[in-house]
Design a protein around this ligand. Structure first.
Ligand code: GLV
Length: 389
């Protein structure tokens, strides 16, 4: 058993174990990947203030997210095709999250279906919703999430169409993988992954196949998005979804203060400052740099969460200190999942919690909820000094 001390250790094992097509899918940003890189690089520009001779005993990372208790304010972000990173991956990740006491968010683009995950967990999870044109499909999706006892939906508002990820096109990404000479040559080297995959029947988009109409290639994420997603989505339709669901709604993909105000006006219970892990608008600001303006604009009126770029507990601490109530990890847990299944997801959460806890102590804080800008050294101009317009 290798010694895992940081998320990068899990990533190395993950890269060896999982087919290139799925590693590349997770490890890509759109186009030049400028925003994908900035998401992690900008965290490193914020420094922490060391405090000494303060009582560091009795520390707590506990908090709440939309009123639900969490053992640390770090949810598992919705990640498409998680069940291709490891057989039954969504079930494994949901179980790890449940035991750890953090929310699991199931993607619409998952391999295991809502019903599958509900049948293998005991606590409510959250369901991420992509906005498809088909109103009937949307209504049924909400009904399915309700029947599965989901306690919130997360509506992703930044993906009506896909930002191009070059590697996915070059690799011919699909779920399950199509057998071409190139994919076979790589798959043949991933024996552990392959044997596990042969042992499960969950190899298709479980929420979609058999539920949605009018898509030419149900194994292709790009076909789904191009043919089924609603290009005309507006705030009115988002408000209608909130009504249709009738429960807690988190809006994910907010990078602009005016959009944050619109999210408030349609009754969001929380918003997620997110650029989709740098996978959509390449050239956008990193999420961590976008966060302060949104906190200033609506932070006293709605719960603000953030994702994109978190690879450590120190990153979590910085986001919280900048005003986010909570954060999400996507790639950081996927590395763990691909490396060692459910135990790997647990490991990734343990690594992050330990880093968060120790770093908090060295900053002179005992309670994660007390973190603030007083813990940070923020470079002048970090938020950017942009011309209006
Ligand atoms: C889907 O959410 C993706 O970013 O690929």
């Amino acid at each position: 058993m290798p010694v895992i001390t940081e998320i990068a250790d899990l990533k190395r094992i993950y890269k060896r174990r999982v087919p290139k097509m799925f590693y590349d899918y997770a490890e890509s940003g759109s186009y030049t990947e400028q925003t994908f890189r900035a998401n992690t690089e900008d965290f490193a520009k914020i420094l922490l203030k060391q405090k000494v001779a303060v009582d560091m005993s009795g520390r707590s990372t506990e908090s709440t997210m939309i009123g639900e208790k969490v053992s640390m304010p770090v949810g598992l972000a919705p990640v498409g095709l998680t069940g291709m990173q490891s057989a039954d991956g969504e079930i494994k990740a949901a179980r790890a999250a449940e035991k750890f006491g953090v929310p699991f968010t199931l993607s619409t683009m998952s391999i295991c279906s809502i019903e599958d995950v509900a049948a293998h967990t005991t606590k409510p999870f959250w369901f991420q919703v992509y906005t498809l044109k088909d109103e009937d499909f949307m209504r049924r999706l909400f009904e399915r999430a309700r029947a599965a006892n989901c306690s919130a939906i997360v509506i992703t508002v930044d993906l009506q169409l896909l930002g191009q990820r070059h590697k996915d096109l070059k690799n011919g990404l699909s779920a399950p993988p199509k057998f071409t000479l190139k994919s076979m040559a790589n798959l043949a080297t991933k024996v552990g992954w392959g044997l596990e995959m042969l042992g499960t029947k969950r190899r298709f988009f479980g929420n979609i196949v058999g539920h949605a109409k009018g898509v030419t290639d149900p194994s292709s994420l790009s076909s789904w998005t191009a043919e089924a997603f609603d290009l005309t989505l507006d705030w009115k339709r988002i408000a209608r979804f909130k009504e249709m669901w009738g429960g807690k709604v988190i809006l994910k993909g907010i990078m602009d203060a005016e959009d944050a105000k619109m999210a408030l006006s349609v009754g969001a219970d929380a918003i997620v400052v997110s650029n989709h892990g740098g996978r959509q608008l390449d050239g956008a600001l990193s999420s961590i740099r976008a966060l302060p303006r949104i906190v200033d604009a609506v932070g006293d009126k709605v719960e603000i969460h953030m994702d994109s770029g978190i690879r450590s507990g120190q990153d979590v601490l910085k986001a919280l200190a900048l005003g986010a109530k909570a954060t999400y990890v996507g790639r950081s847990f996927v590395y763990g999942l691909g490396a060692m299944g459910e135990a790997g997801v647990t490991k990734s959460l343990e690594v992050i919690r330990k880093e968060l806890d120790i770093t908090m102590a060295l900053c002179g804080e005992r309670d994660v909820k007390a973190l603030g800008r007083h813990n940070l050294l923020i470079p002048k101009g970090f938020e950017g000094d942009w011309q209006d317009g």
